[in-house]
Write a protein that binds this ligand. Sequence first.
Ligand code: TNX
Length: 510
Amino acid sequence: MSASEFLPVVPRPVSTEHPGGAPFVLAPGARVSVAGAGASDVAALLVAELASDCRREPAVVHEPPAYGDIAIVIADDETPADQSAEGYSLAVTAEGVRIGAATAAGAFWGVQTLRQLVPVECASDPLTIDPVTVRDSPRFGYRGAMLDVARHFFTPDEVKRFIDAIVLLKVNHLHLHLTDDQGWRIHIESWPNLTAHGASSGSDGSAGGFFTQDEFRDIVAYAAQRFVTIVPELDMPGHTNAALASYPELNASGVAAALYTGSDVGFSTLLVDDATTDRFIDDVVREVAALTPGPYLHIGGDECLSTSPEDFLRFIAKAAATVARHGKTPAGWHEMGKSAELPDGTVGQYWDFTTPRGSSADETLSFVRQGGAVIMSPSDVSYLDIVYEDGDEIGQDWADGPTTIREAYEWDPARIVPGLGDAHTLGVEAPVWTETIATIEEVERMVFPRLAAVAEIGWSPAPADTEEIVAARDFDEFAPRLAALGEHWAAAGTDFRRVPEVPWRESVRA
Ligand code: TNX
């Protein structure tokens, strides 16, 4: 590949051709020509980006493109060869830019590729793009990030800012960890003290906070406009101290627990086979299911060190059935696979290491045996709260930390749990837990650039089938593309860690 063929795009597209010739120039008077259902909404998002980044606001027209226009075409005959619902094509020539897709989502991902090709100096310099043809579609339908709003709370505006940043990487699911020992963050009409009291605390004595149901609906709608599905998590039966602090009747002692602001895990549990607890689960699941148009409702199930093994099995079978009864597909951390009574299709989320320990692999395959699928979040490479370097002030190191950008890149979801192939893998997700992370800027410095690595693993084709995963993914090829992305992050005001392995451009070095 010659330097002129370098395409500074993350995730790396499936195929790229460089026909050569004169570049595309976005001239004054250029328009965005739209055709097909949903194209004008996608065009509006593109125009908003061009307006804020480049101070150009092309008109959106429902007419065939003229010379120099940007066309967005959504039509059945744009379906990619692999039939992917999210695929797109992008052609840049002197005559114009054309994004073609069978769905609005595909067109939106094509727009994200285009945004990365627009020079960051577009506000002052001519906006030119070298000719290129891209054909692209994702390896996995589920490319996720998880934000823990329970330990430290993040406001709706901060969550939207996070959504804006993840879509540039074609991440299409945002898992919100809404409840934990330190706080309950979603208002529940039938159990109002969960937020009146249980939202008033946070890690390290932080202020807490919660989403009203209207605010949550607004986040869901904002995400949906950007083709992101919100996956709400109500973690149970462990990680429930905030609920236990809000309602004495949920406690074995009949006395409300104290609010908790530390970082221990595994000390709290809901009661099992208890009528009040059953009513509680039914109510919170019903209300959150009603706020959630997406298919999944995550019920946690991790680190239940204070629940007996027998109680855990009974609890999980009942809680997962409750989710299914309210019309959602249950999802949970891989420990939930201990249960052989999961509703058909229950999704498991693997969070053990890239080399499985104990029974984690078998618990993960249990979801497949029960008709479900798996999301891969190996904690030693995809946990974004793990420190980058020894001595970092923010972050944890329990998951074989530090986790460098290279480690976040050099793994593959099909090579972790023996017997789990792509067919039963929904995709990948990178979580950011926030015990030590107090502000959205700190979140961004932990998330970026490592989320770009996980997003590429979720989108781009699997590496060639070699034994040596390190050889199969070429970090040296990835790093210059990250450097280009760094300029876009800096221009967009997204913070990121200037890790030493990436040749960041002079202009973005902090
Ligand atoms: C483990 S991963 C947890 C979280 C912590 C995280 C800290 C998982 C399912 N549970 O409760 O916040 O480690 O890195």
